[in-house]
Write a protein that binds this ligand. Structure first.
Ligand code: ASP
Length: 445
């Protein structure tokens, strides 16, 4: 799927040579500089400020965010239906699949909790008053009990859930539909084919929308910095460093513990062998593109059986995004603080659930985590304008979180392999990789 990644998106107009990433970065820098210049030298009441900053920049920036929002429901729905249907029926969903899925969800849950705790400790959005520059009404959410929070996951009306963007409900409906399609096998071939093609169309639409990202990022940051001046820089840096710290902790604490306790592997040795995979994931920002290298490394250097890797790695690249969940948790705290929104206990619970589910709905290609972030925001009534701020620096964070996403898949695979006696310790202990013959074979049926 990596040929479909936003990196290769057609660029708007006939912009020279640079890749999309570079253009987004240029858009960010230019937006910050122009925004700060406007803030300094253009009086806020002037017609030019109102027409340029609060008119053109606001409309174009907002328009880009709306384009991203437009993708969320169909993208997540199609991706989950396809992912769940691919599990098929029978033993695939049995011992190996069951353990892998539980561990994937568990690590993602830990990741969001870690990000929320870290966010509370470093307060990334404090000192930034975005509420003053964007009309945003804090809707007092109807008091919801714990029972409501759980009941609200079950859709009473799927069409209503889609039209209101109730993401948890959409995800539950998609999972049930995907499961049934998978269980019916040949009987549901046409519908399965439909969703596969629809999914491909959605990925192409992501490309289309991302082609406007440099302009969108430019307008959004110019609008923000014109209104806040330099005050926005500190919180943004805090958000970025907090997220990267969270990603580091997930690697150093959560994964190391799982490796020691469940896989009985030395984490240091594991990470040394995984280094090229992390580097590849970092540079491509795509879990999907990294699948072959992750499988090859796990089989030849770490000793996991191809019978496990051929199933758990593609599954993990589709449903397990711990790094993305960390970014989303930190983004929630950042935006809530920047807009002066107080999150209650039930809100945190909703964020934990939604971000875990969003991880399932995030495709393993660059930038999609930012799109599914809109659904996490929507679940607790946070304004999507918060995404505007972090979008400009998301490229670097995407690279880092993808490395964590891929490592999470590999760690869980080792745990499952160890539990099922399918981890060859002699390969893990050896310094030289096993011969290439020991490579991927068909998944267990
Ligand atoms: N780029 C990430 C991945 O491929 C997904 C995301 O968070 O955007 O794993």
């Amino acid at each position: 799927m990596d040929e479909n990644t936003p990196q290769t998106a057609p660029r708007p107009g006939r912009l020279p040579k640079f890749g999309l990433t570079t253009w987004i970065f240029i858009g960010l820098l230019a937006g910050i500089l122009l925004g700060i210049a406007c803030n300094r030298w253009l009086p806020e009441e002037s017609a030019l400020f109102q027409a340029g900053v609060n008119g053109v920049f606001f409309v174009l920036g907002r328009g880009f965010v709306r384009l991203m929002q437009m993708l969320v429901v169909p993208l997540v729905f199609a991706s989950i239906v396809c992912g769940t249907a691919a599990l098929g029926s029978g033993t695939m969903l049995g011992r190996i699949g069951g353990t892998a899925i539980v561990l994937y969800l568990f690590t993602t849950l830990l990741a969001v909790c870690l990000a929320l705790l870290l966010g509370q400790a470093i307060n990334p959005g404090v000192g930034l008053d975005l509420g003053a520059i964007t009309q945003f009404e804090v809707k007092p959410a109807a008091a919801s009990t714990l029972a409501d929070t759980f009941l609200n996951i079950i859709p009473a009306n799927v069409v209503n859930a889609m039209s209101t963007g109730a993401m948890l409900q959409i995800i539950v409906a998609a999972m049930i539909l995907g499961y049934v399609i998978g269980a019916l096998g040949e009987e549901a071939r046409t519908v399965r084919q439909f969703f596969t093609e629809f999914n491909a169309i959605m990925m192409r639409m992501v490309l289309f929308v991302f082609a406007f990202a440099p302009l969108g990022v430019f307008c959004l940051t110019a609008h923000t910095f014109a209104n806040t001046g330099l005050a926005a820089l500190g919180p943004l840096a805090k958000y970025a460093s907090g997220t990267i710290l969270g990603l580091g902790l997930q690697l150093a604490l959560v994964y190391s513990l799982l490796l020691v306790l469940l896989a009985r592997l030395n984490p240091q040795r594991f990470f040394r062998k995984m280094l090229p995979v992390l580097g590849f994931a970092f540079s491509t920002s795509s879990s999907n593109a990294t699948i072959p290298l992750t499988m090859e490394t796990l089989e030849r250097k770490i000793g996991a059986s191809p019978r496990i890797t051929s199933f758990t790695i593609p599954l993990g690249a589709t449903i397990n995004m711990d790094g993305t969940a960390i970014m989303q948790g930190m983004a929630v705290i950042f935006t809530a603080q920047a807009f002066g929104v107080t999150l209650e206990f039930a809100d945190y619970l909703t964020v934990i659930l939604t971000a875990t589910m969003a991880s399932i709905g995030t495709a393993g290609v660059p930038g999609v985590g930012l799109i599914t972030l809109t659904m996490v925001f929507a679940s607790v009534n946070l304004p999507v304008e918060g995404i505007a701020m972090i979008m400009g620096i998301d490229r670097l964070i995407d690279m880092t979180r993808t490395a964590v996403n891929v490592t999470g898949d590999a760690v869980v695979t080792c745990c499952v392999a160890q539990r099922n006696g399918l981890l060859d310790r002699s390969v893990f202990d050896a310094d030289d990789p096993a011969p290439a013959a020991h490579t991927t074979s068909p998944a267990p049926q």
